[in-house]
Design a protein around this ligand. Structure first.
Ligand code: URA
Length: 452
């Protein structure tokens, strides 16, 4: 297909018709449009933007470019969570079984990490034997019987997005609101949940550096999801420092298991509830404080952990959640980092930690790179803790000793103790729901403000 008329129209600032957008996406999917014309159109969209109607049409066409799931016959409501990506973000591993054991179904579609941000699929694949390429029948059976299953974004789901994203990545056209909205939502619309909670990360380790830009994206996501009849809430969460104490695939999986045991860092648990409560509220309705109490109980009495173990075993994973190391293969080398002085442990920069993890082998610089499942960094104290010179503050885990030592050396300046404590920052920044945007910092404010 010749995209020239569409390129010229968009360059002039004209809105494209739904039929033109359908033809464009068809030409992306069937390979009949050349990369240079697709890229030129993408660049014109970056400069001229798209109307709401165009964004909806693009999302619809991209979702329809591959297989689409329909869960309407399922006896329980479906809901998913999407995170815009960060460092140490293992929340999906906890949320899916937690929400599933409280009566909603979570057909979770997960991605791989790229650059300094991690991906849920890579974390899951640190479990030996675990299959994330499930055929549709098996995926559906697991969601029907266990309430959740983890699959990767297969060839089948929104294939047009894969070609478009690969071109955006190399042509400087990622940063466009309609392109981001259609990319995120086409995959979620195709995966079929009736409700969606977006964890929109904001800060130095996120692709949205400030709340103002994030709010524009959040509002556009909510609006476009609504055009498909999907209820959607956006929770804005801080991503300046890594989430929790573990970064890397195996380390994060182990921290997720701790959370599912009712343990783990308090701020991570707060984030789990800040996302689980809106998920359950959209799926089932109910008083937010009562839903939070249900989440607390399922984490503390082992139901969420049991469901996680069941789902992973059903997907072929071999692990033992009763053990602290879950029986997963241990890293070949570790290096302990010790505090350089007495003082207060600072919150390290999330992006810098993410980049160190890529160098360690835990992440990938290019999409085709393999990851080392056991590599990562485990912080041994919370940010803001008082530490003494010589005290162990972090452990680097890697496949060889020299890589681990190089990483520990590069990590040291990020963890130089401060003489005085910096004020702790709240994990939440705001929420966008049917009442619009509200700024808030803590879970208690979220619970207090919901449903009133
Ligand atoms: N995540 C996506 O899936 N697509 C984008 O365009 C940006 C973030």
């Amino acid at each position: 297909m010749n995209l020239l008329p569409l390129i010229v129209a968009k360059r002039r600032g004209e809105a494209l018709s739904a039929a033109a957008i359908d033809a464009f996406v068809a030409a992306v999917s069937d390979g009949s449009a050349p990369d240079y014309q697709i890229s030129a159109l993408l660049m014109a969209i970056v400069f001229q933007g798209m109307t709401e109607a165009e964004t909806t049409a693009l999302t619809r066409a991209m979702a329809a470019s591959g297989e689409q799931h329909d869960w309407s016959t399922l006896p329980r409501p479906t809901v998913d969570k999407h995170s815009t990506g960060g460092v140490g973000d293992k929340l999906s591993l906890v949320l899916a079984p937690l929400v599933a054991c409280l009566g909603a179904a979570v057909p979770m579609l997960s991605g791989r990490g790229l650059g300094f941000t991690g991906g849920t699929l890579d974390k899951l694949e640190s479990v030996p034997g675990l299959a994330t390429r499930l055929d549709t029948a098996r995926f559906r059976r697991l969601v029907e019987t266990l309430g959740c299953a983890f699959i990767g974004q297969s060839e089948g789901i929104a294939p047009a997005d894969r070609r478009l994203y690969a071109l955006r990545d190399v042509t400087g056209t990622v940063e466009s609101l309609p392109l981001i909205v259609s990319s995120i939502l086409s995959k979620k619309i195709a995966a079929g949940p009736s409700a969606l909670v977006i964890d929109l990360k904001v800060g130095r380790g996120a692709f949205m550096p400030d709340l103002e830009a994030a709010r524009a994206l959040g509002a556009a996501l909510r609006h476009t999801a609504g055009a498909f009849g999907r209820r959607c809430e956006v929770v804005y969460t801080r991503m300046d420092a890594p989430l929790g104490r573990a970064v890397g695939n195996r380390p994060e999986l182990l921290e997720a298991i701790q959370l599912l045991r009712g343990q783990g860092p308090a701020t991570l648990r707060e984030l789990v509830l800040a996302l689980a409560v809106p998920m359950l509220r959209l799926a089932r309705g109910g008083d937010p404080n009562a839903l939070a109490a249900e989440c607390d109980a399922a984490l503390d009495d082992g139901r969420a952990l049991a469901r996680f173990a069941e789902v992973l075993a059903a997907q072929g994973g071999r692990m033992d959640v009763t053990r602290d190391d879950a029986g997963l293969p241990a890293p070949a080398a570790t290096e302990t980092l010790r505090a350089a002085a007495d003082g207060v442990l600072p919150a390290p920069d999330a992006r810098a930690v993410g980049e160190l993890c890529v160098a360690l082998g835990a992440g990938r610089a290019r999409a085709e790179d393999a990851v080392d499942p056991a590599a990562g960094i485990v912080f041994l104290e919370d940010w803001g803790a008082s530490v003494r010179a010589g005290q162990a503050i972090a452990r680097v885990e890697a496949s060889d000793a020299s890589r681990a030592a190089r990483c520990a050396e590069a990590l040291a300046p990020l963890l130089t103790p401060d003489p005085v404590a910096a004020p702790a920052s709240a994990p939440l920044l705001g929420v966008e729901d049917e009442r619009g945007f509200r700024a808030l910092g803590r879970l208690s404010e979220l619970l207090g403000g919901m449903g009133r």
